[in-house]
Every structure is written in C-alpha cells, then in structure tokens.
Ligand binder design. Sequence first.
Ligand SMILES: C[S@@+](CC[C@H](N)C(=O)[O-])C[C@H]1O[C@@H](n2cnc3c(N)ncnc32)[C@H](O)[C@@H]1O
Ligand code: SF4
Ligand code: SF4
Length: 400
Amino acid sequence: MFYARMSLACAWRYHSLSVLMKASKFTGIFFKHKLVKLPSGEYKLDFYMPRYPSEAFFTAMEDKVLRKPPRPVSVVLSITKACAYKCPHCYQRKDAPQELPLDVLIDNVRKMRDFGIVAWAVEGGEPLLRFERLEAVLKEISGLEVWVNSTGHSATPEKIYRLAELKVTGVMSSIHSVDPQEHDAFTGMQGSWQRALNFLHDCQKEGMLVGFNTVLTDRQIVDGGIDAIMALAKEHNCDYIQLIHPKACGGWMGKKFDNELSQKAIRIAKEAQLRYNSAKEKHSPVLTAQVFEESPEMLGCCCGGIDRFYVGASGEVQPCEFVNISFGNLQEESFETAYGRMRKCFATPCEEWTCCVHAKELAEHAGERLPIPWAETEQLVKNWKVGTPTKVYESIGIYK
Ligand SMILES: C[S@@+](CC[C@H](N)C(=O)[O-])C[C@H]1O[C@@H](n2cnc3c(N)ncnc32)[C@H](O)[C@@H]1O
Ligand code: SF4
Ligand code: SF4
C-alpha cells in the first residue's frame, strides 16, 4: 500500500500516468527493504534515497522518471584529505594533499545543488578536522538528504550540536570489527573503535540517524562477520549498517581477491540483507550491503553520474570514490565540463561493477599519485565497452 501511495503521489505531482508506471517500477525494486519511519513522520525506503515525502525525494524521483537527460541523485564529496588514521585500504591514500580553495569548493557545491543533487555524503579524510570547511558546505545544502562520514576524531559537543543545527540527516562511522583491538590495528589509531561508538551515541542524542560503515574481508563474511557486526550495531541502537565490499583501489590498488571466496561472500551478504530487512528482524538496524544494492536485480553499477559520482578533496571529479580516474579538476575546469565528459563515458546504466571490471587495468596505469589524470583517463576509457543494461532503467526507458 505504501509503495502504491508513493507512486500515486509522484503521478499526482507531475499530472502524468506514465510517471505512475515508472515510479512504481523504480520504487518497486526497494520493496524488500525495511521501511524506516523517522521521528519527523517521514519514511526512508532505501539508505541512498532521500526520505519520503521530502522535496529532496520528489527531486530524486523526477530525475528517475521524468528528466531527459536524467540527473544523478547523489554525490560523495570529500572536503579534506586530512586524517590522522592510517587505514591501508583508503581510497584517498594516494590522492594529492592540496584542498580545493574554500571559495571554489562552495561555488561548486552551489552548482551541484542547483543542478539537482539532493543526497550528499560529505566526508574526508576526517571532515571534523576541517570544521570551517564542513560547516560552510553544510550551510549550502541544509535540508537536503545530508549524511556525514566521520570517524569521530576531534568531535566536540559543540561540533555535534552544530551538525544537528545544520539539519544533518545522519552520520556514519567506520567500524570494521567487533573486536576493538582488531579495528584499532586496522586504522592504526589506538582508541578509534571506542571513539566511533561514543561519537555515534552523541550524534544520536542530538537527533541524527547513525550507523556503521563496515568493510569486512570475504573471509570475515564467510566466517559469520555480518551477524557479529549486526549484533554490535543493534546493541548500540544504530539505524543503518552500510556493508562496503573491499575494493582494489587507493591503498589497495592492485590487490588481488580470491574469486571463489568473493562469490561466496557476495552470496552470504545478499542473503543477510534480505534476512535483516525482513519482518523477523523488525528490531535490527537496516543492513545495506553494497553487493545487494548494486546487483543486477537492483540498480547495478550507478557510478559516473547515473545515480552518483565523487568529488575528491583536491577537486578531482571521479565516477565513484572507488574508481581512481579523473574527468577533470575543478580548479582547472568547470564542473559542467568534467561532468559532461563523465556522462559521455557512462552514458548507459550497466550491471557490471566498474570498480571490479577495470581494477586490473587501472592498477597497470596508476602512478604514485591518484586519481589517474584526465589526459590519461581519456585514452583509457576510449576502449571501455558498454556492458549489460540495468533492467530497471531499461524498463523505465529514460536513458534511451
Ligand atoms: C574514506 S572513508 C571517509 C570517512 C572516514 N574517514 C571513515 O573512514 O569513516 C569512507 C569509507 O570508505 C571505506 N573505504 C575506503 N577505502 C576503501 C576500499 N579500498 N575498499 C572498501 N572500502 C573502502 C572506509 O573504510 C570508510 O568506511
Ligand atoms: S578510510 Fe577514513 S579513517 Fe581511514 S585513512 Fe582513509 S580517510 Fe582516514
Ligand atoms: S564503481 Fe559502481 S559498483 Fe563499484 S562501488 Fe562504484 S557504483 Fe558501486
């Protein structure tokens, strides 16, 4: 009933019957998600979609069912590379340390906002370390669907209060193990596990949604790691767990994964998502496993401005934070130019995961600095073949 009502609301808003059909097809893929009712009375049907019935939600729907050419819903925006932690896998590990000047950053934030980007993941490095930049960005996007990814390092009650004041929807902190020592050894920072949990508690008290960003190895998943993390998240009253699949990029560029073990882990993660979002697990946090959300039955790979893209701290426009190639730097070129090049390359939504399919090739071309600059990216992507079109987008027909 909820989904039917929501599709009807979209059709009513745009006075169109075809919108009704397209909206039902699009929102229908989220049918097996747990519907979260927020204290505001709004609903979240998917971690990545803005809450319903916010203005941000309707803009996102408009992008999916009406717009030609369609626009992306979200951006992951890094405002600084500064971070005291030393995670070996970090996708920004080899990025340039320079930050976009604040005026250029804000100028581009306004452009992306006015272009219709409604779901923002603002992060670092550690964004709380550069709070004046974080605050300036949050002021521009206040009221949209805004999540902050932070370890909690350098958090103070004043900063947390300000995040809530600027209407941040939620915060996500990395927790990669239920064992504090194991997590701290991975981040290279004593006390980082406890700090993340304290930070989430404090943010929750201020009314923000909270959750873990968790990267488990395939071996950990096969050995029951998801259930352990979910139990910890439930104990700490989290709303969301985003399970991030390990990627061979950044510090892990060139890393090889055991294909058979990976396939097994993917199967387990997909089953876990269905289980934790079922009525039986009514009181568990929502599990959002990337491998489920990006499966062929769902949205496939939505990088390159299909649904999302990434802007690094120094202004590089990338198709995804996990794909270290640049379509231009915002200090040298306009957002429109870099974005246009990227959309040309990722013209059609496809099922194949760009971060995996091209990992070996990118590792062969990667230098000491990442992302691979536009001049080289341009040559590389010329040879990229179009993959299998994602079913839901094919049936909606907006990319034809
Ligand atoms: C760059 S961090 C930004 C926020 C903050 N610094 C943190 O670590 O939570 C975003 C998330 O991406 C994850 N991540 C970074 N590099 C990754 C990789 N190569 N594979 C999978 N996840 C990665 C991190 O573990 C973290 O959960
Ligand atoms: S993953 Fe996050 S916490 Fe770890 S080094 Fe990278 S930016 Fe810092
Ligand atoms: S490249 Fe595609 S599949 Fe890989 S993480 Fe990004 S959006 Fe997901």
